[in-house]
Design a protein around this ligand. Sequence first.
Ligand SMILES: Cc1ncc(COP(=O)(O)O)c(C=O)c1O
Length: 403
Amino acid sequence: MTTALSGLTGPLLDQAERWTAHNYHPLPVVLASGEGAWVTDVDGRRYLDCLAGYSALNFGHRHPALIAAAHAQLDQITLTSRAFVHDQFGPFCQELAELCGKDMVLPMNTGAEAVETAIKVARKWGYKVKGVPDGQATIVVAADNFHGRTTTIISFSTDPDARADYGPYTPGFRIVPYGDLAALADAIDDTTVAVLVEPIQGEAGVLVPPADYLPGVRQLCTSRNVLFVADEVQSGLGRTGDTFACVDVIPDVYVLGKALGGGIVPVSAIAANRDVLGVLRPGEHGSTFGGNPLACAVARAVIELLNTGEPQANARVVGAHLHERLNALVGRGLTAVRGRGLWAGIDIDPALMTGRRACEMLMNRGVLAKDTHGSTLRFAPPLLVTNPDVDVAVNALTGILHS
Ligand SMILES: Cc1ncc(COP(=O)(O)O)c(C=O)c1O
């Protein structure tokens, strides 16, 4: 019971605890409103949001341009299904394809659905274009990946919490260590249709691969006639200071989600060229809500923001300040800091506290962050934060490390 907590927070936590499945272990905070990088709870306490909805809120809470786009679309039409075409659909598809430098896109809703879509497209490409014998396609993935929660996706997870007790598992995946090009080369054979990797592993703790890794993946995929599928659901759309975390390499398939919906609606998509996405025929794949008018209108406003380059530039500049300040704490309560742009994986000395305990203490100092794997924390605030916002977060962290 948490009713000991003051005001409305305790009863609302108790109600949530009583009536929902316990598939999450949220911090004991109940949020009621948000603006920009800041949120307010039901009892009027303010917090800096350093999780930003796992990067779904890259543009902050209730960004005026995104809210305006949503409002305007609510007054027109919200859902048609793909049985009919609506007036936001063509513009959205073109604008997203152009942002990605690809011929076409396929919209879905959640990140996991987009990953599933990429898997299906890669398999069909393998059978129809590459000539892999029917039913034998393999996809190579990285250990410690996080690509979502469907039964197929957890089949190639290496996280026991995500996987155990949810079999039988979908076959057709080979797992190799992340960042290991030799292992990747060994795992690819004539049945391999795709290599599916996160350019930076987010849920694993913001793991940045060696500099030669993504170019090496590109080179291997090209030379072995395999699709390079980059899961940019969390790393993409500005987080790292660039539109995509794949900066110097171009994957065959981008998988996008989270921030594409502007923190308002779930919007995901894959983007690829015609030789890949062109393998799909009517009736073979789809989603009732994928590419709906509201989603497309909001996503178009997101793309417009990204086309200014401003969110990316702010992530670079303020991200440099974040990393400079965090790096100064290594050896002073932190054992390591990783990441790029406004994305940091922070390893707290396990002798001091767990990541969960750190998040609870940060919450009490007005900063909301999320732990992952033992004593690792993530800071991933909205991309519009300022240096003083970052100072609020790092000062709070410094305070709990040295309290
Ligand atoms: C890299 C990556 N791919 C896919 C997903 C799944 O997205 P969703 O939760 O919208 O299904 C996530 C979610 O954290 C992710 O980080």
